[in-house]
Design a protein around this ligand. Structure first.
Ligand code: GLV
Ligand code: MN
Ligand code: MN
Ligand code: MN
Length: 417
């Protein structure tokens, strides 16, 4: 019987890559990329695929009230809290195949190794796929993990609507019924894991520039989301004199300029993005009555986010080109620093498969940002080509992924033993 101490050496790299390809084929786009929007048909098929893999390995397969899926391999001491490893399988509308998926497949490959080699461990292991990390169909994202970690209310999550007016709660119900019909075990409530580990593609350029297959994530920056509506008055584009116009586009333009100016004194870590902008009634010859846009604001320090938050609210209280503005905070997630005790485990584990492993802060949010509130949590990154993600051209090298998964397996073996 192989020892848990040699887990990473026992991991089958070809099998890992086969699993990556199998999951990538679910919701595949032509000529490349994937589309698995949260709780859509492909996302649900991915759940069934994962459940099948787990069942074939002798795992108990559970799902909870948010459709989070767990593959459980028992330890010798069932009374111990499980080590949790995973990420998400939903995607952006035109995505690469590895954002989230790699972290789930990494956990699966560790389960495979344990099961196929008959490796015993003291602590139970659960591999998890969280529901709706992306927030692309139902905003905000990280629904499954934020609920599990007690960071968001169930009813609030269920009330979210997608672009077609479909309620999250209705899409979720379909998913839960599907999982029930497959005979999977319903375990409604969250529990307290021993620790959570998430491997993810970096989605940025640092590891590639350093030529490193794996990096340790020391924390995740905070992120605030805002929706801003500027309300003017629709009127005829050709006949309304300049002084009589209350053009919502003009108001939004002025306000955006002021919001951007408010961020200008900040350091290079600040991220300010207007990712959506729309006008209503959206006609070529009608002055806009309403302009609606969103802001994604990120920084590793809460004090910076708080300062800008106060300034944004103050600016939104003023009038812009004669229009009123209304600002709503749609999501607020504080930065987290992962605990040094778990980072130390990752340093030792990653150090055993790769020399001089760098440490970096995550610019993207991940399910780990919420899990960090309920148990010791940390992450590993592996590079993606040119830092491209949320795009069908997202690409990882098989050799890099293998090293990163071996580092994860090594960390798992230390926490499971
Ligand atoms: C999602 O991953 C994000 O960071 O926006
Ligand atoms: Mn992701
Ligand atoms: Mn993503
Ligand atoms: Mn993410």
């Amino acid at each position: 019987m192989t020892q848990i101490a040699h887990l990473h050496e026992a991991l089958d790299g070809q099998r890992l890559w086969d699993d990556v390809q199998s999951l990538a084929s679910i919701g595949a786009l032509e000529p490349r990329g994937i589309r698995r929007l949260a709780l859509d048909e492909a996302d649900n098929r991915a759940r069934l695929w994962l459940a099948e893999q787990g069942a074939a390995l002798g795992c108990r397969v559970h799902y909870d009230a948010l459709g989070n899926l767990f593959l459980r391999r028992e330890g010798q001491d069932a009374s111990l809290a499980p080590l949790l490893i995973g990420s998400h399988m939903d995607s952006q509308p035109r995505a690469g195949a590895h954002d989230g998926a790699l972290g789930v497949v990494a956990g699966l490959s560790i389960l495979r190794t344990l099961s196929e080699r008959g490796i015993a461990h003291r602590r139970p292991l659960e591999v998890v796929a969280w529901t709706n990390e992306e927030g692309a169909r139902f905003a905000p994202g990280a629904s499954g993990s934020s609920w599990f970690a007690g960071q968001r209310e169930y009813e609030d999550i269920l009330a979210a609507l997608d672009g077609d007016g479909v309620r999250f709660g209705d899409a979720l119900q379909e998913c839960l019924t599907l999982l029930e019909d497959k005979g999977l075990e319903y375990r409604p409530a969250p529990f307290e894991p021993h620790a959570f580990l998430e491997l993810h593609i970096e989605q940025g350029p640092i590891l590639e520039q350093l030529g490193k297959p794996v990096g340790i994530v020391s924390g995740i920056q905070g992120v605030n989301w805002y929706r801003i509506e500027v309300e003017g008055m629709a009127n005829h584009a050709g006949t309304t004199p300049r002084q009589a116009r209350r053009d919502a586009f003009d108001g939004a333009h002025e306000l955006v300029t002021a919001l951007k100016a408010a961020t200008s004194g900040q350091d290079d870590d600040l991220r300010f993005t207007i990712g959506t902008f729309s006008l209503w009634p959206d006609a070529v010859n009608t002055i806009a009555q309403r302009a609606t846009f969103t802001i994604d604001l990120r920084h590793p320090r809460q004090a910076v986010l708080d300062d800008l938050d106060a300034r944004f609210h103050a600016l939104a209280r003023r009038q812009w080109s004669g229009c009123d503005a209304h600002l709503t905070v749609t999501s607020r997630v504080a930065p987290v620093a992962f605990p040094d005790s778990l980072l130390e485990v990752l340093r030792e584990s990653a150090g055993s498969v790769c020399p001089e492993v760098p440490e970096l802060v995550s610019g993207a949010f991940h399910d780990a940002i919420h899990l960090a509130h309920v148990c010791p949590t940390a992450m590993l990154f592996t590079p993606c080509r040119a830092g491209i993600s949320h795009h069908p051209d997202e690409h990882i090298e098989r050799e890099d992924a293998e090293v990163a998964v071996r580092a994860l397996a090594e960390a798992a073996s230390r926490l499971l033993a």
